[in-house]
Design a protein around this ligand. Sequence first.
Ligand code: ACO
Length: 209
Amino acid sequence: RHPGWPAKLGPLVVPAGTVRLRPVHLRDGREWSRIRVRDREYLERWEPTAAGSWSDRNGFGAWPPQWFSLRALARRGQCLPFAITVDGVFAGQITLGNVIRASLRSAWVGYWVSSELAGGGVATAAVALVTDHAFKAAGLHRLEATVRPENTPSLRVLGKAGYRQEGLFLRYLDVAGDWRDHIAFAVTAEEMGNGFAERLIAAGRARLP
Ligand code: ACO
């Protein structure tokens, strides 16, 4: 067991529904695959380059090995792989990855949400919940999120969630077939105040059930 894992976070109510985070399950495979095969256009240009076709990498059979490797990383304390649910139904993922402890106590955050719920506040709620959790139960000090300058919805999510822009990483990640520049956003525990979820609620972007 590592600090902050496993955990269930939320609920927060946003226009799309009631958002909760919980560990990814093996049984998420059917919904995971159905959404990701359908949402290829929506997801592929923002995701890491990988070998094999989209349908092979996102078919039903692709989930068990992915889930297994996420679980193994989580058991080693290197990753907190959450499923996002909306009204109890699997709707995407949010992951804290590359968890490093000692004097860095840092991780990156990454997420995706089903296109059916686009603009409904789900990703912003998920980022707020996971950020509060990272600084409290998981004992981390800094979270970083890197986003392509073209990814307007994701830039907006980080802005709404209270992340600060820190810099521009040139040719940073191999995404959609090439080395892409990324804008680096971050927050540290000192910026938590009453909490990131609380701040979303105060801004009228979310509420408790
Ligand atoms: N142009 C401008 N703004 C847009 C556009 C657009 N084309 N599309 C959406 N938006 C805005 C929405 O209006 C909303 O802002 P608002 O509340 O001010 O109206 C904001 O972008 C989206 O906020 P949410 O509703 O909280 O986010 P959502 O649940 O729709 O999820 C996400 C956003 C995760 C980026 C989703 O679009 C997605 O899964 N995209 C594909 C994968 C991806 O890009 N993941 C992020 C990679 S970067 C990272 O992980 C750090």
